[in-house]
Design a protein around this ligand. Structure first.
Ligand SMILES: [Fe+2]
Ligand SMILES: [Fe+2]
Length: 205
């Protein structure tokens, strides 16, 4: 099932919509933590600091949006407050594991070099996904005159993609080859996430 179909089922129900926002918040927070964890002890650029700060802000901002739907919904990231919790948690972790495996095998990277290269490729793939997903969500929100909005996130995610490309170009002249592999890995995990979502929605229906 396509994302648009899952989304329209979610937006019809306030509790599900709150869980969707909470799930996005969880994923943004997981992404932010991954960026911080991949930082070198000393060589941390302005771009990386900005990126980590903005992903943390996205997690906070999405969480705040939940209050526009109702009071006391989704107080934390426990499974009962997320949509497709298993697949949602699996997505980012496994993308990281798979990209690290690829980088070790193809470039022989380890230690901090591996962490940094994985940050570049994982984040690039996720930014592409974010640039596709958030505008579809915003269109659906606008169509139903929802008070919830993700416009400020869309603006920042567009900046992130450009910043990742800039950093990837500095990382390797073959960056596009590596990026294509990361994007393929992400696509599989994204599909797994969509199936998880579809199964949960089918159970509820
Ligand atoms: Fe984000
Ligand atoms: Fe981002």
């Amino acid at each position: 099932m396509k994302f648009e179909e899952n989304l329209s089922a979610i937006l019809k129900d306030n509790i599900l919509h709150a869980k969707w926002l909470n799930t996005l918040s969880f994923m943004e927070n997981a992404g932010a933590k991954k960026i911080s964890a991949s930082e070198d002890k000393e060589k941390v650029s302005l771009i990386i600091l900005k990126h980590a700060a903005e992903e943390h802000r996205h997690a906070y901002y999405l969480k705040k949006q939940i209050a526009k739907i109702g009071e006391g919904l989704c107080e934390n990231y426990e499974d009962q407050y997320l949509i497709a919790p298993k697949a949602s948690k699996y997505y980012l972790n496994n993308l990281d594991v798979k990209v690290c495996k690829y980088l070790k095998k193809s470039l022989g990277l380890e230690g901090n070099d591996l962490k940094f290269a994985a940050y570049l490729l994982v984040t690039y793939a996720i930014e592409l996904r974010a640039d596709e997903l958030y505008p579809v969500y915003q269109d659906a929100l606008s169509a139903m005159d929802s008070k919830v909005t993700v416009k400020s996130i869309i603006l920042e995610e567009e900046g992130h993609l450009e910043e990742m490309i800039h950093q990837l170009k500095a990382f390797s002249p073959d960056w596009e080859k590596h990026a294509t592999i990361a994007v393929d890995l992400e696509k599989n995990l994204y599909e797994h996430w969509m199936i998880g979502m579809e199964e949960e929605l089918a159970e509820l229906a």
